[in-house]
Ligand binder design. Structure first.
Ligand code: G16
Ligand code: MG
Length: 217
């Protein structure tokens, strides 16, 4: 049976959250706000624009639209400097094994990410050619938990929602997959991702037998 497997990028394929954090922390410093790694959790899967709004709320800082736009460009420029240095060592454990197993078994593979930098990141880590479809922050108008990004991924692979499996590390992403009527699989902390159908700490815990069960179901 042919299924579509839709992967989130940040926190599922690569750990870019640390680079987002460094760039946001630098920006926060400029308004005398000490942005912690714990607070950064709330930024996972959230769009760039929404992330800035959350940061300004945390700092209780009111900014003009013009200032916000300057900051958004500045944050992205710094983030791009980090991702330009990325290589294959940044791929999260066992991601290539899972992708290759699905390819060998003729399954559909798509990316469903909130990031506008998804393509350059996949290129940097040499995984771009594994994906038959890429839906990213440039293609959607509604951010996760809205299901748009995954619905578009399913359309691109010409697969019905019920035959789609989504890998996600964020609560908003799990909610988006569930809202789309897809099977959500959390990659991360089970207590955080309890709304998912299944949760694995990382891909090393997800066996080829389990993938085969998903394909056959
Ligand atoms: C990622 C990150 C978010 C980030 C968003 C937008 O989403 O998890 O922290 O704010 O992309 O990224 P950019 O600024 O590169 O457009 P995902 O969906 O890949 O986890
Ligand atoms: Mg993510």
């Amino acid at each position: 049976m042919k299924k579509a497997f839709i992967f989130d990028l940040d926190g599922v394929i690569v750990d870019t959250a640390k680079f987002h954090y460094l760039a946001w922390r630098n920006l926060a410093k400029g308004i005398d706000f000490d942005f912690t790694e714990e607070q950064n959790e709330q930024f996972k899967g959230v769009s760039r624009v929404r992330s800035l709004e959350i940061l300004l709320d945390m700092a209780k800082y009111t900014a003009t639209q013009e200032q916000k736009e300057v900051w958004l460009v500045q944050k992205n420029e710094e983030y791009l400097k980090y991702i330009q240095k990325m290589d294959e060592s940044e791929i999260l454990p066992d991601v290539p094994r899972v992708l290759d197993y699905l390819i060998e078994n003729q399954q559909g593979i798509a990316l469903g990410s909130a990031s506008k930098n998804a393509r350059p990141i996949l290129e940097r880590v040499s995984l771009l050619d594994k994906f038959q479809a890429i839906v990213d922050g440039n293609d959607v108008t509604a951010a996760k938990p809205d299901p748009e990004v995954f619905v578009k991924g399913a359309q691109a692979l010409k697969t019905e929602a019920k035959d789609c499996i989504v890998f996600e590390d964020s609560i908003a992403g799990i909610q988006a997959a569930n809202a789309a009527g897809m099977i959500s699989i959390g990659i991360g902390d089970p207590t955080v991702l309890h709304e998912a159908f299944h949760v694995f700490t990382n891909f090393t815990e997800l066996s080829n037998d389990f993938l085969q069960e998903l394909i056959a179901s």
